[in-house]
Design a protein around this ligand. Structure first.
Ligand SMILES: Nc1ncnc2c1ncn2[C@@H]1O[C@H](COP(=O)(O)OP(=O)(O)O)[C@@H](O)[C@H]1O
Ligand SMILES: [Mg+2]
Length: 251
């Protein structure tokens, strides 16, 4: 792929390599995400998908390569909290909601964030907080479940709550690693819709194995293999690419 115009690019990874004891988890990876885009990233286990997320969020430093957010922020120079506060939110595979608290209170705590501690849940939420929580509940399909303990939600609902807690931080870019693992088919379909809703106002990079889910997202797909891009394009384009069939789909 030709290198895009930097001005339109939100996330710019060029020639990025990461080695672990001589093994190249990322090998000259180049990937460009436009402002407002949602990108799906697929690829076999060990392809480097999670390592790519680790490089973007500052958890892992690349040995080589350019990692830029927007036109002039070099992510390789920043640590994880600094990158998070730029507006890059990351959802890990395992939900980390506060199980004893209600859905509502989880979102209220998330709104306060770590930078402005909300010392107590006893203080009533402001009407601005109420409106923001209501909007997040709507997006995450949890309005009817707002008074339930987070620990009593289904696995899928917990994942949505965690996405909601990230939305409370108003990220510009949301990174989601295997969101539908362990979900029912109905939850998987709803997660695709939910991410499409979120993508109306934010950029999203989603790593996922589930091909029905990726098809439902209906966005540009990047296939990673051995730490670099094997194929890129529509789901129909990459599914028909013989190299993709050989290393991934045909197994
Ligand atoms: N911290 C680490 N130390 C050593 N090897 C690692 C580390 N993180 C990832 N790897 C290796 O890098 C490769 C890519 O891993 P990963 O990015 O998790 O792949 P994916 O998410 O696509 O399954 C794998 O072979 C994995 O074992
Ligand atoms: Mg992974």
């Amino acid at each position: 792929m030709n290198k895009p115009n930097r001005a339109d690019t939100l996330l710019y990874l060029d020639n990025v390599s990461v080695s672990f004891d001589g093994f190249k988890a990322l090998n000259a990876l180049s990937l460009f995400v436009q402002k407002g885009e949602m990108r799906a990233v697929i690829g076999p286990n060990g392809a480097g998908k999670t390592t790519m997320m680790d490089v973007i969020t500052g958890k892992t430093r690349p040995d080589e390569g350019v990692v830029m957010f927007g036109t002039d922020t070099d992510l390789t120079k920043l640590d994880e909290p600094a990158i998070a506060s730029l507006g890059i939110g990351r959802k890990f595979q395992k939900p980390t909601v506060f199980e004893p608290h209600t859905v509502w209170d989880n979102l209220l705590l998330a709104l306060a964030g770590d930078r402005r501690p909300r010392f107590t849940l006893w203080a009533r939420e402001t009407s601005e907080e109420e409106d923001r929580i209501a909007a997040i509940l709507e997006t995450t399909r949890l309005t009817d479940h707002r008074h339930r303990r987070a620990g009593d939600l289904s696995h899928g609902q917990k994942q949505w709550l965690e996405i909601g807690m990230l939305l409370a931080q108003e990220p510009q870019l949301l990174l989601v690693d295997e969101p539908v693992a362990g979900m029912t088919d109905a939850e998987t379909a709803q997660t695709a819709e939910l991410l499409r809703d979120i993508n109306r106002t934010r950029s999203v990079v989603v790593v996922e194995h589930d091909m029905d889910f990726v098809r439902a997202l209906d966005v540009r797909v990047t296939v990673l293999h051995e730490g670099s891009v094997l194929s890129e394009g529509t789901i129909d384009h990459v599914s028909a690419d013989p190299r993709v069939v050989e290393v991934y789909l045909g197994r």
